[in-house]
Design a protein around this ligand. Structure first.
Ligand SMILES: NC(=O)c1ccc[n+]([C@@H]2O[C@H](COP(=O)([O-])OP(=O)(O)OC[C@H]3O[C@@H](n4cnc5c(N)ncnc54)[C@H](OP(=O)(O)O)[C@@H]3O)[C@@H](O)[C@H]2O)c1
Length: 305
């Protein structure tokens, strides 16, 4: 890697979507890259684009849902004396399209292996290297679902709640030792995610989505600005994240259900929580957030949104 380049970044999930856009930004900003994904052909294609933008790029195809592959991935990423100075833990999958008795258990267990287990495993390896040097930056890809229990994708939402808590815990633990940890939380974004999750036939799958390039640009700022977390995407998504986060947990689940319930099951009465209650809760939270924004304008809360 050339001497005048910015710190080397390791990014997972670069064969498509948000990870690919994130890698494009890192390349444009002058970072060299180690990129991961499963699909070798797509990784090769991504690497060609990133090299055209001036980056030195190493590709490693690996199935990170398997522990031995995580070990190999890390071994190869740090081969030839490479020092990973930035780590973006982005690879992840969703699963929905039916109620919990209909979704595939093996798929859900693989989801946990990738979204949860591999994040812990790979972070353990990468952070150990960073700790030895007393420097490093880690960025996790969470989700707006981190804050919202997810009917009809409850395993996915729980996995992202884990990622969010994990990131914030590590951030505090390492803050005084030269290592920063941040997490960004996209809302519905225009990638392969919903199709792959079996969620094409849901309001979120069918609805308007955010631009992954915009999400990635905000994610990069979350990392470089050393923010603990940030909702990313359109203003609507960012406001939705803030507002929903102020609701009680059962209302958050009901709001989420409106996006994830398969179309052929809707509308369904929701026990104990009517639509009026949801609307009232959202309105109340919106007033609360608006008040907080008004009061704290001088403290740059608006920018935080
Ligand atoms: N799109 C959204 O609406 C949304 C919203 C919130 C959060 N997110 C999060 O954003 C991240 C990126 O997703 P995306 O939206 O960009 O979807 P995507 O286009 O489907 O990208 C997912 C990436 O993860 C990789 N991946 C999947 N399974 C893997 C495995 N077993 N081992 C290694 N890599 C694997 C994929 O590589 P291969 O294709 O080569 O398998 C791909 O590069 C995920 O963590 C997701 O949870 C997405």
């Amino acid at each position: 890697m050339a001497q005048d380049r910015k710190p080397l970044a390791l990014i997972t999930g670069v064969s498509s979507g948000i990870g690919l856009e994130l890698a494009r930004i890192f390349a444009r900003e002058g970072h060299d890259l180690v990129i991961g994904g499963q699909d070798e052909a797509k990784l090769t294609e991504a690497a060609a684009q990133l090299r055209a933008a001036g980056a030195d790029v190493v590709t490693i195809a690996a199935d990170l849902s398997r522990a031995e592959e995580v070990e190999r991935f890390h071994r190869e990423a740090t081969g030839d004396g490479r020092r990973i100075e930035i780590f973006c833990a982005n690879a992840g999958v969703g699963m929905g399209g039916g109620d919990f008795t209909q979704t595939d258990l093996n798929g859900e267990l693989r989801l946990i292996d990738l979204n949860v287990r591999s994040q812990v495993h790979l972070t353990k390896l990468v952070l150990a290297d960073m700790a030895g040097r007393g420097a490093g930056k880690i960025l996790f890809t969470g989700s707006i679902a981190s804050f919202m229990p997810g009917p009809f994708e409850s395993v996915y939402s729980a996995s992202k709640a884990f990622v969010h808590s994990f990131a914030e815990g590590l951030r505090n633990e390492w803050a005084d030792r030269g290592i920063t940890v941040s997490v960004f939380m996209p809302g519905p974004t225009d990638t392969n995610f919903f199709h792959r999750a079996g969620m094409d036939d849901t309001p979120a799958g069918e609805g308007k989505k955010d631009d992954p390039a915009q999400v990635a640009a905000q994610a990069y700022k979350t990392l470089t600005g050393n923010r603990h977390h940030a909702f990313t995407g359109s203003l609507k998504t960012r406001l939705q994240g803030k507002v929903t986060g102020a609701l009680p947990q059962p209302l958050r689940a009901s709001v989420h259900r409106g996006m994830t319930e398969p179309n052929d099951r809707r509308p369904v009465k929701q026990a104990g929580v009517g639509k009026a209650a949801i609307a009232g809760g959202v309105a109340l939270a919106a007033v609360g957030v608006a008040a907080a924004v008004g009061i704290s304008r001088r403290n740059r809360i608006v920018e935080e949104i």
